[in-house]
Design a protein around this ligand. Structure first.
Ligand SMILES: NC(=O)c1ccc[n+]([C@@H]2O[C@H](COP(=O)([O-])OP(=O)(O)OC[C@H]3O[C@@H](n4cnc5c(N)ncnc54)[C@H](OP(=O)(O)O)[C@@H]3O)[C@@H](O)[C@H]2O)c1
Length: 366
């Protein structure tokens, strides 16, 4: 709440509507009430030093083909045949599985009858059961990933900086580079990296506020870029990637695909529940439409202001309007990915941000 307080304070002071992207208005109204009733509601946290109590996180479901179909989810033919996660010997590895989104991704994979391995630094059992097992792996140590990815049919990266796991440079940048290297070395068909909306938009308030936390936005875009470069120079078309950039995360229950919008260009955003991010991430893993592509996902209703849904909003006023063909709504999560352009195609559109991070160290120095 302290972090919410900070964002709301900035909102109330600046009048800039970044809140639409990363935070709910309802929380702001609660905070405004706190400001009225507390003598000094911000004293403990307005300084965003390393010692600040704020964290960045605060800032912002046999036989597989049969089970999958029975679960109401029909993977695209290219993936269903040969089967991503179709056997215990070719599982889907979820990196950062102990985190909130990582665990939800594992649960979604289990509910589809797909075999998955949750990777955490200590290899602990997360209690999901069924088709899910566990291994240890640290994204800052590529050797541990090489071992864990052997035979994998897919990898999902959901890790992020944490107190014990490493800072953003080591987890969101080096960690993504290590994950891409191990996925390519092991010829994993698809890597999905959960990144963040606004990473290419340093002019946006969402970027500015979030980047205060260990320059995490700079390291997230640097991680994306080093991953894309590794795939581009690999010379293989058998290993592909998808970047999923969510808006500000909440723990609200799934709204279903109808409550989610996918777009491209890193222009639109709104809050989204981690469960919906997990659904989009699994759909991206299984869909040929998301090959070598970058997508943003957020709640289609946007935020709720005075009981009315605002819709998604632009990250910054100066950004171009997003042509309708880059905005996707559908009845199913997989349907949200129909018509998505790959990164090369998007680069031709002129709406993609070119920001690649500031003061990014060489990987070798980390
Ligand atoms: N919060 C937001 O509003 C927001 C908005 C957009 C995007 N995102 C991104 O969405 C993703 C999911 O966020 P989340 O809040 O669900 O994640 P989370 O709960 O913060 O989980 C992150 C996980 O990464 C693990 N980790 C840290 N260092 C590691 C290492 N060296 N090796 C392996 N694992 C390591 C952590 O493990 P330990 O906890 O055990 O250290 C933790 O389980 C993240 O990439 C986040 O940056 C967040």
């Amino acid at each position: 709440m302290l972090n919410n307080s900070l964002k709301c304070l900035l909102f109330l002071l600046s009048g800039v509507n970044f809140v639409n992207s990363f935070h709910s208005i309802a929380d702001c109204l609660k905070v405004r009430q706190q400001i009225k009733t507390s003598s000094s509601p911000f004293t403990a946290s307005t300084s965003l030093s390393a010692a600040s109590p704020l964290s960045r996180r605060d800032a912002f479901g046999v036989g597989v083909a049969t089970a999958v179909t029975l679960a109401g989810f029909v993977p695209s033919a290219a993936f269903a045949d040969g089967g991503v996660g179709s056997s215990p010997s070719s599982p889907i590895i979820v990196v950062g599985a102990g985190g909130k989104t990582g665990k939800l991704v594992l649960e979604k994979l289990k509910s589809r009858g797909l075999y998955a391995v949750g990777l955490t630094r200590d290899g602990r059992d997360l209690g999901i059961g069924g088709t899910v097992s566990y291994k240890s792996g640290d994204v800052t140590k590529v050797d541990t990933l090489q071992e864990a990815f052997k035979g994998a049919s897919g990898v999902v990266f959901t890790a992020s900086a944490s107190k014990k796991g490493g800072d953003a440079a080591h987890v969101d940048y080096l960690g993504v580079a290590n994950t891409a290297k191990a996925a390519l070395d092991n010829q994993v068909p698809r890597l999905v990296v959960v990144s963040s909306g606004a990473v290419t938009r340093p002019e946006s308030i969402g970027f500015k506020i979030t980047n205060v936390f260990g320059r995490i936005m700079d390291y997230k875009i640097a991680g994306e870029e080093v991953m894309r470069a590794a795939y581009a120079s690999s010379g293989t078309s058998k290993s592909t990637y998808t970047v999923v950039r969510p808006g500000g995360l909440s723990d609200k229950p799934s709204t279903g695909a109808k409550g989610v919008e996918v777009s491209q260009g890193d222009i639109l955003s709104a809050e989204i529940g981690r469960e919906d991010v997990a659904e989009v991430t699994v759909a991206a893993l299984l869909s040929p439409n998301a090959k070598d592509a970058t997508i943003e996902c957020y709640g289609s209703a946007g935020e709720t202001m005075f009981g009315a849904a605002t819709g998604a909003s632009k990250l910054a006023k100066s950004l171009p309007e997003v042509p309708a063909k880059f905005v996707h709504r559908a009845e199913t999560f997989e349907g949200l990915l129909e018509g998505v352009l790959n990164d090369k195609e998007m680069a031709q559109t002129g709406i993609v941000g070119g920001y690649k991070g500031t003061k990014i160290e060489e990987l070798a120095s980390l």
